[in-house]
Write a protein that binds this ligand. Structure first.
Ligand SMILES: Cc1cc2nc3c(=O)[nH]c(=O)nc-3n(C[C@H](O)[C@H](O)[C@H](O)COP(=O)(O)OP(=O)(O)OC[C@H]3O[C@@H](n4cnc5c(N)ncnc54)[C@H](O)[C@@H]3O)c2cc1C
Length: 386
């Protein structure tokens, strides 16, 4: 096997190397933890294009605004808003591009519930790429497909994690006037293996195959804490996981055990942003703009972003905000999560242990840390009383 140019824990699995390879010698394959990495086959002729594109992602001359124009916004269409993860701004941006006979690239669930990037060409397909799927999407040749559409002169909207947007620009190697990109504030990408193991355990319990996963299901409110996940099954019934029962989401938000190692030192945080626009949840927005149905944070990072937002804003309720407001509620804008060292053992343990047991085992806090925490709490409350 060929020596990789990048350490495994720095590879983001963006897949730009596979698309750029003129010999089609690279396939993206899952490692023992379930994360995809490039695998270089025998057709490799040592042209090193893969290595160059990988470095290029971080070296892009990024002229996007250092102080993005900031909005709180949501779709006027209540159904779209309900079916979206935040305020449904992504769908309204997508409609604006589709109305110009354009195409939109985003992440969809496959039949096996894993996630991949695709391009859609019509409004009736938009449901496929709506909603956050909290596992890493397989790039699936998306950069090649986007380039083909751009070269044909079609307007294209690409939405993905910041590392995927950076990968697209590196792959294209030049500016296309007909391309607009959207990234999101990203907490980190979860292992598809962990997610599949969680689903398998639920399928065993429910005695039916999961046909649809709906993270952050909004019945009961957008801010409902802990988050809800709705699962639909082949036999027609649905289950809503919430509270301590919502294992996958709780584990994601509290233990970081199945987040990709490269997300622990993400190169694409803060400003300038990768995308022409950035979308996220506007956590901490004032009450008058929060009816608990989902409020999007929209950052406009470039002139192209301004243009697209202006063509979508008739379908939005929106209000201009100060950029400084976003930091308190969304630390993931600037900070990478910390991926624990035991994450590797946890993911390997899933080969022999059910998800719930492994999560309990690896996310439990050791006794000495529990005692330390308790002491700190007592000392803290004493100093307040004094
Ligand atoms: C893994 C992940 C982590 C996130 N972390 C945060 C966070 O810490 N803070 C925060 O405020 N927001 C975060 N978001 C973004 C947030 O969940 C919403 O996606 C965003 O606010 C857009 O919501 P919307 O209602 O406008 O549109 P939605 O319809 O919810 O749009 C989602 C868009 O994201 C794309 N997408 C969905 N899943 C993936 C995926 N796995 N990989 C690549 N693209 C995908 C879809 O194709 C679509 O274009 C995260 C999203 C993901 C996928």
């Amino acid at each position: 096997m060929k020596q990789m140019w990048i350490e495994a824990n720095r590879c983001t699995g963006c897949g730009a190397c596979a698309d750029i390879c003129p010999q089609k010698a690279i396939t993206m394959e899952q490692d023992e933890c379930g994360f995809i990495h490039p695998n270089i086959g025998i057709r490799c002729v040592d042209c090193h294009l893969c290595e160059k594109i990988c470095l290029k992602r971080e070296e892009r001359e990024n002229t996007h605004y250092m102080v993005p124009i900031t909005y709180a916004a949501w779709s006027k269409d209540s159904d779209i808003r309900f079916c979206s993860t935040s305020g449904g701004v992504f769908s309204e941006l997508a409609f604006a591009v589709l109305h110009r006979s354009g195409e939109v690239a985003g992440a969809q669930y496959r039949a096996d519930n894993l996630v991949e990037h695709i391009i859609i060409k019509s409004e009736k397909e938009l449901y496929k790429i709506r909603q956050s799927k909290y596992i890493q999407s397989h790039p699936n040749g998306i950069y090649l497909a986007v380039k083909k559409s751009l070269v044909e002169g079609k307007p294209v909207l690409f939405c993905g994690a910041p590392c995927q947007v950076a990968a697209l620009y590196a792959y294209l190697g030049k500016e296309y006037d007909n391309l607009t990109t959207v990234d999101f504030i990203c907490r980190g990408m979860n292992s598809p293996k962990a997610y599949s193991c969680w689903l398998k355990e639920i399928e065993r319990m429910e005695n039916s195959r999961v046909t649809r996963v709906w993270f952050k299901y909004k019945e009961g409110g957008w801010k409902s804490s802990p988050r809800r996940t709705r699962l639909d099954f082949e036999d027609g019934h649905s289950v809503i996981k919430s509270g301590t029962d919502n294992l996958f989401m709780n584990g994601y938000l509290t233990s970081n055990l199945y987040i990709r190692p490269s997300c622990g030192h993400c190169s694409f945080k803060g400003v300038p942003r990768q995308g022409d626009l950035t979308i996220a949840d506007f956590w901490g927005i004032e009450e008058s703009l929060d009816d608990d149905k989902g409020t999007s944070l929209v950052l406009i990072n470039s002139d192209k972003g301004v243009e697209l937002f202006n063509s979508a804003n008739r379908s939005l309720i929106y209000q201009k905000r100060e950029f400084d407001e976003i930091f308190e509620g969304n630390v993931c804008f600037t900070d990478s999560v910390s991926v624990p060292v035991k994450s590797y053992d946890f993911l390997c343990s899933l080969d022999t242990m059910p998800f719930s047991i492994a999560l309990k085992k690896y996310s439990s806090i050791p006794l000495h840390k529990k005692i330390l925490k308790k002491i700190k709490r007592i000392m803290g409350s004493r100093s307040i009383k004094n």
